[in-house]
Design a protein around this ligand. Structure first.
Ligand code: NAD
Length: 423
């Protein structure tokens, strides 16, 4: 295994994830082969995706699908359109999916996909051609019982609809269960769009309870105003919490008396960005991490809380809405400061939970109402938080919920491996 680690030495995120897995396997006194299974993907596919651009020229994009582990069920994980995607970051993201599904108790394995592109510079038609071409290139390894993609950064319900349509054409049968996060009109699930942010809201509430922080008086700062950050912001505001700051790729806005979250999200919907919103003082993404607040929700991209800014964080709770927002150095500093970090594999598992609900409904040709979806999501998130929090208290010397979450998930994965005869 050391050979694999050497190759990836440049990628902090993947190496850090492997270290966390190894630490959990050792603490649980599991056979080392459990680490060997979980430290490399079962399959990694790289494809060339030729797309005709609006100017008539053909551009060849690179696409990936990483199928990490399917001991618990079909592979599951989002597809990301981003110019900064690397093979190692996709591998790490797929590992987190495996751990997340195990943790929250949904019968899926872990996967992740991506296309290296700048979607902000592409037209709608170019994005449609890219999304369809991605599915054509990977259809042989995807399927409702094999591997089920979903939205991630800069992909949305419309992208999923194009993908479901293309896959159905290839198979010559409506096969919408191949992806989740679809629009309602083509087999989507009510509440899926908001599910990850809603899940973050539930675990933030549980975390506040755990440290006796009055939740409805909490001051919240959020990085990211997209699917996760925006949905969570709305729920925090509805609960009576004070959302003091939100940022996105264009910068941020701060109002110590509380932002008008609905007006801000309307502005983002209209203009695409927070920039130009008049309801507060303009700040940078870095300023956001220094603000006086009780709960910090990084809900944008990886590696945002680092050794450079973790020391300045004043929040008592960090809820990792994004995948991998905290570097190992940043994490160590937060631990030393006694900040309760709700780790990504727990905090943002609401998305895959409702994706699972969508897949179940597609398989049964049945539709649940919003109250049912939200109640089932709340039950799952509250249960997962409490199980991991108690497990951490009992096994991990206090507040490090990341170690606890990894151990808890890997214990479940190892049990399935054992029963399936993999060990
Ligand atoms: P999104 O595309 O809807 O929103 C992303 C937000 O991050 C946008 O506001 C964007 O402007 C901002 N952003 C991007 N780059 C940035 C940068 N360099 N600095 C500051 N802000 C930046 O994506 P999303 O679905 O909300 O996903 C956000 C995070 O949550 C990602 O890490 C994703 O992997 C994770 N996540 C999403 C889901 C889901 O269901 N959508 C589920 C689990 C985890």
């Amino acid at each position: 295994m050391s050979k694999v680690l050497e190759v990836c030495e440049s990628d902090n995120t993947l190496m850090a994830t492997r270290r966390l897995i190894k630490n959990a396997v050792e603490r649980l006194e599991l056979p080392p082969v459990v680490y060997d299974y979980l430290s490399v993907p079962m399959r990694f596919v790289e494809v060339a995706i030729p797309v005709e651009m609006d100017n008539g020229a053909t551009e060849v994009f690179t696409g990936y699908r990483c199928q990490h582990n399917n001991v618990l069920g079909p592979y599951k994980g989002g597809i990301r359109y981003h110019h900064e995607v690397t093979t190692d970051s996709i591998k790490a993201l797929s590992m987190w999916m495996t751990l997340k599904c195990a943790l929250v108790g949904v019968p899926f394995g872990g996967a992740k996909g991506a296309v290296v592109c700048d979607p902000l510079k592409m037209s709608v038609k170019e994005k449609e051609r890219l999304s369809r071409a991605y599915i054509r290139a990977l259809a042989s390894v995807l399927g409702p019982e094999t591997d089920i993609p979903a939205p991630d950064v800069f992909t949305d319900a419309q992208v999923m609809a194009w993908m479901a349509d293309e896959y159905s054409k290839i198979k010559q049968v409506p096969s919408f269960g191949v992806v989740t996060g679809k629009p309602l009109a083509v087999g989507g699930c009510v509440g899926r769009k908001e599910a990850t942010g809603r899940g973050c809201f539930y675990v933030a509430r549980e975390a506040a309870r755990a440290i006796n922080l009055p939740f409805n008086q909490a001051r919240i700062a959020i990085q990211g105003s997209g699917n996760v950050g925006g949905s969570a912001a709305r729920l925090f505001a509805e609960e009576g919490c004070t959302v003091v700051a939100i940022s996105d790729i264009s910068g941020g806005v701060y109002n110590p008396n509380g932002l008008d979250v609905s007006a801000l999200l309307e502005h983002v919907q209209k203009t695409g960005f927070i920039k130009g919103f008049a309801g507060g003082e303009t700040i940078t993404n870095q300023d956001l991490f220094n603000l006086d607040c009780d709960i910090l929700l990084p809900a944008a991209i990886e590696n945002q809380i680092t050794c450079d800014n973790a020391g300045n964080i004043k929040a008592k709770i960090v809820v990792e809405g994004a995948n991998g927002p905290t570097t190992p150095d940043g994490d160590r500093i937060l631990k030393e400061k006694g900040v309760l970090v709700v780790p990504d594999i727990l905090a943002n598992s609401g998305g895959v939970t409702v994706s699972y609900f969508e897949w179940v409904q597609n398989n049964y040709g049945f539709r649940w109402d919003l109250a049912t979806v939200n109640k089932r999501l709340e039950d799952k998130m509250v249960e997962a938080f409490r199980l991991v929090y108690c497990f951490t208290e009992d096994n991990c010397d206090g507040l490090d919920m990341r170690t606890g979450a990894y151990m808890f998930a890997i214990q479940r994965l190892a049990e399935a491996m054992e029963y399936r005869g993999w060990l």
